[in-house]
Design a protein around this ligand. Structure first.
Ligand SMILES: NC(=O)c1ccc[n+]([C@@H]2O[C@H](COP(=O)([O-])OP(=O)(O)OC[C@H]3O[C@@H](n4cnc5c(N)ncnc54)[C@H](O)[C@@H]3O)[C@@H](O)[C@H]2O)c1
Ligand SMILES: [Zn+2]
Length: 342
C-alpha cells in the first residue's frame, strides 16, 4: 500500500492506494458511523462491509440530485446522526460526490471518508475535495470544497466493474500524464495492454502516479483559481457532449482531449506528432476519439452554457506532452478553429 497526503486550507486528506475494503474498520473513529452506497456495491460487496447502518442511493448521473440529498438527510435523521457521526461513501464518483456533499452540509458538516470503487473515482473523483450535485440539467452546480479524512483505493474492487466503465477511467489517467507528466504518459504507452488486463502492479502504479499529480495540483490551488484549471483538459468539450448525448464521462473526456490537442496544434503550440500520440494512446485504451456529427451541436451547447464566463472561455491546451497551459478564447475564435478541424 502507498499513501499520499493532501494538505489544503480546508483540511488534510489521506489517499490510501492499494488498501483493501476489508481493512476499512481500522480507519473509522469510535463514534457512530453510517455508510452511503449504491445497489451495485451492495450486490457485490455487502458481506465485506462493516456492520453499520447503510443508506442506499440510486445509480447513475440521474441520482446526483437534490432529491437524493433529501432522502439521505431523512435517513441521517432516522439514524439520529449528530455532529459526531462519521459518514463513509462507498462507490464511484456519483456516490462520493453526493455523500461528501451530504456530510458537508448536514448539521454544518460531519466528518467523512470514502472507499472509491471505480477507476475514474480512484484517480480523479474522490481526490481533491470537490463534492456536489447537478441542478436543473447543469453539472455540479451545487457543491462545496471539503476534503474527506481518507480515501481507500482498493484496485481489487475494479474486477467487478463493467468493462466500458473500467476503460472510461483511463481517460482521466491519460489526462494526468498529458498535462503534467511525460513519464506517466510514456509508461502508459508502454504498459497499456497490461493495464487493460488489470495487472495489479501496473494498475497500482498508474493509480498512484495519477493521484500524485492531482494531489500536487490541489495542494497549490484547492479552489481552482489557476493551476487546478489544467485538470479540465478535454473537459470543456466533454461536458458539452455529456449534455447532449448519453456518453460516459471518461469517453467524453477522451474525445475532448483529442479536440483540445488539435486546437493546440492549430494555434501553433503543439507538434503534430504529439497530437498523434494523444490520439493513439486513447485508441490503445479503446476509447472513442472522434466527435463525429455532434461536434457542431456541442459547440452550440457550450455557447448556451449558463456557467460560462461572458464571451470567453478558459481552454486548457498542450504545449507538449506533460505541459499544459490555460488559454483564453472567445467563442467566435473557438467556433472558427473547431470548424477548421473538420
Ligand atoms: N469530484 C470530482 O473531483 C470529480 C472528478 C471527476 C468526476 N466526478 C464525477 O464522478 C461521476 C462519475 O463517476 P464514475 O465514473 O465513478 O461513475 P459512477 O459513480 O456512476 O459508477 C459507475 C457505475 O459502476 C457501478 N460501480 C461502482 N463501483 C463498482 C464496482 N467496484 N463494481 C461494480 N460496479 C461498480 C456504479 O454503481 C455505477 O453504476 C460524475 O458525476 C462526475 O461528475 C467528480
Ligand atoms: Zn473528469
Amino acid at each position: 500500500m502507498r499513501t499520499i497526503e493532501i494538505n489544503t486550507p480546508s483540511g488534510i486528506s489521506k489517499i490510501l492506494i492499494g488498501e483493501r475494503l476489508g481493512n476499512l474498520r481500522q480507519y473509522l473513529p469510535e463514534t457512530r458511523c453510517i455508510i452511503i452506497t449504491d445497489a451495485n456495491i451492495l450486490r457485490y460487496y455487502r458481506r465485506e462491509l462493516p456492520d453499520l447502518p447503510i443508506i442506499t442511493i440510486g445509480t447513475g448521473e440521474k441520482s446526483k440530485t437534490l432529491k437524493t440529498l433529501d432522502y439521505i438527510f431523512e435517513q441521517l435523521l432516522k439514524y439520529e446522526a449528530d455532529r459526531s457521526t462519521f459518514v463513509i461513501g462507498i462507490g464511484g464518483g456519483i456516490v462520493c460526490d453526493v455523500a461528501g456533499f451530504a456530510a458537508s452540509v448536514y448539521m454544518r458538516g460531519l466528518r467523512f471518508g470514502f472507499v472509491s470503487t471505480t477507476l475514474l473515482s480512484q484517480v480523479d473523483a474522490s481526490v481533491g475535495g470537490k463534492n456536489g450535485v447537478n441542478y436543473k440539467g447543469y453539472k455540479n452546480m451545487l457543491g462545496v470544497f471539503n476534503q474527506p479524512v481518507f480515501v481507500i483505493c482498493d484496485p481489487t474492487m475494479l474486477q467487478t466493474l463493467d468493462e466500458r466503465e473500467f476503460k472510461a477511467g483511463f481517460a482521466e489517467i491519460v489526462k494526468a500524464g498529458a498535462i503534467k507528466s511525460d513519464t506517466l504518459f510514456a509508461y502508459l504507452e508502454k504498459y497499456y495492454a497490461e493495464a487493460l488486463k488489470a495487472n495489479h502492479e501496473v494498475l497500482e502504479d498508474i493509480i498512484y502516479n495519477s493521484v500524485k499529480i492531482k494531489a500536487d495540483i490541489v495542494a497549490v490551488d484547492e479552489k481552482e483559481k489557476g493551476e487546478r484549471r489544467k485538470l479540465n483538459f478535454g473537459h470543456t468539450f466533454a461536458h458539452a457532449f455529456e449534455s447532449i448525448t448519453r456518453i460516459r464521462h471518461g469517453e467524453a473526456v477522451s474525445i475532448g482531449m483529442v479536440l483540445a490537442s488539435q486546437l493546440s496544434y492549430k494555434l501553433g503550440l503543439l507538434a503534430q506528432a504529439d497530437v498523434k500520440r494523444v490520439r493513439s494512446l486513447l485508441e490503445a485504451f479503446q476509447l472513442p476519439v472522434d466527435a463525429g456529427n455532434i461536434l457542431k451541436r456541442a459547440v452550440s451547447a457550450m455557447k448556451k452554457d449558463k456557467k460560462r464566463e461572458g464571451d470567453t472561455l478558459h481552454m486548457v491546451l498542450l504545449k507538449t506532452i506533460g505541459e499544459a497551459i490555460v488559454h483564453q478564447l472567445t467563442f467566435s475564435q473557438l467556433e472558427a478553429l473547431v470548424y477548421d478541424l473538420r
